[in-house]
Design a protein around this ligand. Structure first.
Ligand SMILES: Cc1cc2nc3c(=O)[nH]c(=O)nc-3n(C[C@H](O)[C@H](O)[C@H](O)COP(=O)(O)OP(=O)(O)OC[C@H]3O[C@@H](n4cnc5c(N)ncnc54)[C@H](O)[C@@H]3O)c2cc1C
Length: 348
């Protein structure tokens, strides 16, 4: 099979690039390793509502997100932050703490972040999308080999996968040492993290004057926020698990049970009886994170496109993932920025 542009990875950056090529009338094929599109953007469906298991927030001033939401007819709304925040001491005692930073001012996408990738996917020709197709090797002809042995040749290949996963592919000829070292050095944003989401019939804590924001020295959830839909038709709380990835892996299901018990300790008995709850550990997801990602970076890395990766094989191999974006690297806006830069190279 031959395609002018082969896009590897169907997360937001790959989908957004495909959308740009589709609108420009430029033929492409997108291959995605998983049986679903969206990558780190993933949701839990409860009744008609979607709850974010990956990213929740975008921010004012992110112009690409705002423009795309407008184009796709998606609404943004403000993160719920009215009411008191809670703080759980190491002893388990709960106090109202005014010093803790909520996510006030952050924006969410109505219907859940997945509506963004779903809406993009809906605008693509399904004949150009291949699911359950993991790429294992790339050569400079250029061609990509899939794990099932199939080969796809192309005029150019765009890698829309986290850099550390790219470093695990077999390149022929081998990329220069500087390029491989650069790929391995780039942490997958949020690849070390796990998120717990609990869904309730109502956002009951709001009636108690609570915002749903909480921080804890006890855990396992370190930071908790309201994750309810925009219309409050259901309630939801989510928390980032504060335990390191290796401890989480050893603890298994106990983390989910302890997270629920913690929500009950913070928000009362109703919090212990969700209609749905799930824990997702991104560090264990082989199409997001590598073993090196188990340790999170100390802060938000200064993501950029490393010099050795800017022009590989006369641009027959292009990198376009959020961690290599020209701005907002690691974020949703960065995924759009990376796709925009790649589209500019391809379409001109
Ligand atoms: C828990 C969590 C919370 C987050 N919170 C926020 C937030 O609040 N705000 C924000 O802006 N960002 C947040 N992020 C980051 C945000 O999710 C990412 O910036 C964005 O989704 C990255 O999109 P991407 O397409 O660049 O990469 P990905 O979503 O990682 O997409 C890569 C795709 O490539 C596929 N793939 C991998 N290997 C192969 C292969 N060998 N062959 C074929 N396909 C392959 C994967 O399956 C995946 O679909 C968060 C991420 C996580 C995990």
């Amino acid at each position: 099979m031959h395609t002018p542009t082969l896009i590897i990875g169907g997360g937001l950056s790959g989908l957004s690039l495909a959308y740009a090529l589709e609108r420009a009338g430029h033929a492409y094929t997108l291959v995605e390793a998983r049986g679903r599109l969206g990558g780190r953007i993933k949701s839990l469906r409860v009744e008609a509502a979607l709850f974010d298991l990956g990213p929740s927030w975008v921010w004012p001033g992110q112009t690409r997100v705002a423009a795309l939401a407008g184009e796709l007819d998606l609404q943004l709304f403000e993160q719920w932050s009215n009411g008191a925040q809670l703080f759980e001491q190491a002893s388990g005692e709960v106090v109202q703490d005014m010093g803790f930073m909520s996510m006030a001012g952050s924006l969410r996408i109505a219907g859940g972040t997945s509506v963004l990738t779903d809406a993009l996917a809906a605008r693509l020709n399904p004949a150009h999308i291949l699911l359950d197709c993991a790429v294992s090797a790339i050569d400079d002809s250029p061609a990509a080999q899939l794990t099932d042995g199939e080969t796809i040749t192309a005029d150019r290949i765009v890698l829309c996968i986290p850099p550390r996963l790219a470093a695990e592919l077999r390149f022929t000829p081998a990329l220069q040492d500087g390029a491989m070292a650069a790929l391995r050095a780039i942490p997958t944003w949020m690849g070390a993290h796990a998120k717990f989401v609990a869904v309730y019939p109502t956002p009951f804590w709001r009636k108690d004057g609570l915002s749903g924001d909480a921080s804890s020295r006890r855990g396992p959830l370190a930071e908790i926020h309201d994750a309810s839909p925009a219309d409050g038709s259901l309630g939801a709380l989510f928390g980032f698990v504060g335990l390191p990835a290796d401890i989480r892996a050893q603890a298994g299901d106990a983390v989910q049970a302890a997270s629920l018990a913690q929500l009950e300790n913070l928000f009362g008995a109703q919090a212990g009886a969700p209609i749905a709850a799930t824990l997702i550990d991104w560090s264990q997801d082989p199409f997001t994170a590598t073993a090196a990602d188990a340790t999170p970076p100390p802060g938000h890395p200064p993501y950029t496109m490393p010099a050795p990766l800017r022009c590989i094989w006369d641009d027959k191999l292009i990198f376009a993932v959020t961690e290599m974006a020209p701005d907002n690297g690691g974020l949703i806006e960065g995924a759009l920025a990376a796709a925009e830069a790649a589209a500019r190279k391809i379409i001109g």
